[in-house]
Each structure stands twice: as C-alpha cells, then as structure tokens.
Write a new protein. Sequence first.
Length: 205
Amino acid sequence: MFSSPVVRHLGEVDYYQTWQKMQDFTNARQRDTADELWFLQHPPVYTLGKNGKAEHVLNPSDIPVINSDRGGQVTYHGPGQIIVYTLLDLKRLKTGVRELVTILEQTVIDLLADHGVEASARRDAPGVYVNNAKIAALGLRVRKGCSFHGLALNVDMDLEPFSRINPCGYEGLEVTQLSNLVQGIAIETVVTELQQRLVNKFHYE
C-alpha cells in the first residue's frame, strides 16, 4: 500500500501551460514524491501525439493545434470533457505501461456500467468505446519510470470539432459522450466517481 495521491482539481486550464507543468513535475520528482492526479478541462485545442501525422488534422479552422510528447495520434480537447492527468511512479507501483492503459480503460468501463452504459476497450486502438463510438481517449508518456498525460472522457461537450480530424488517426471514427447516453448526468458527479475509482484501482491507502 502507498500513501494516497495528491488530487488536484484545476478547473479549465491552458493545454500548453499544463503540459509544461506536468513535465516540470516529472523532471523534479524524487523517490518519495507523492503521486498526483490532476482533474481538469481544456479550452478548445487539438493535440498531436509524438508520432502523430499532420494529415489527420483535416480542417482545424480557428482551433489551435499543438504537437505534444504523449503517445497516440490526434485528438480534441474542449470544455465538457473530463481530463485526468496521471502523474504516477509506475516503478514504485510495480505497474507497466500496458497495465496502466488497462487500468484507465477499465475504470471508465466500470463507471459507465454503473450508469447502465455498456462499453469496451480495443486492443488495437486504446480507449473506451460504446457501440464502436469512442467515448474516452488515452495518451501517455513515461519518463524515468514515471507517467504523465492520461485520460480524456467525453461527458457533455460540443462534439463538432471531432469531425474536423481523424480521431486518433482513424478516418470516420464516430465519437460519443456520456450526456448522449445518460439523461441529466452532471460532470461533477462523474469527476467524483472517477476520482474514487482511480484511487481504489491503484491500491492506495
């Protein structure tokens, strides 16, 4: 068992500045640095993973495109999407990258099941899907045995900007959100549930 992570609720914050803070935190970590979970939302932004291909950004218009150092291809972030950045010492948790991906996917799948929504993961394309439409995206980076970046769950947002990209590099991939599946779902409720589930999944005290 490990001490509980520091949980930060940051509100709506700039993507680039938050990314820099994640890098700074990871670079400065010591062996006894507590893990952190950051819950937040971003203003509209497209982000390309480190192997992302620019041709998957079809028509960004006035939405900025940022080249990131996470894994994966292109995705969209915007208000109404819960983002959880997982700043974890994987070595200390004895958790591999693939296992972390599975934990994050299963956490969302379990949360959705509690609301009567059947979801699944795909081995070939990380994330969580409802009837083949993507509801949650994952993108991670590991440095010195520690992870950053994380999970994005669509709750109650404008999905139109996803139509201007090939989400996660897949042409024609449908995207959905929780508010289309569960009437009256509150984003604050989802944040609370997601936080509790993640803390439990990593076997913190």
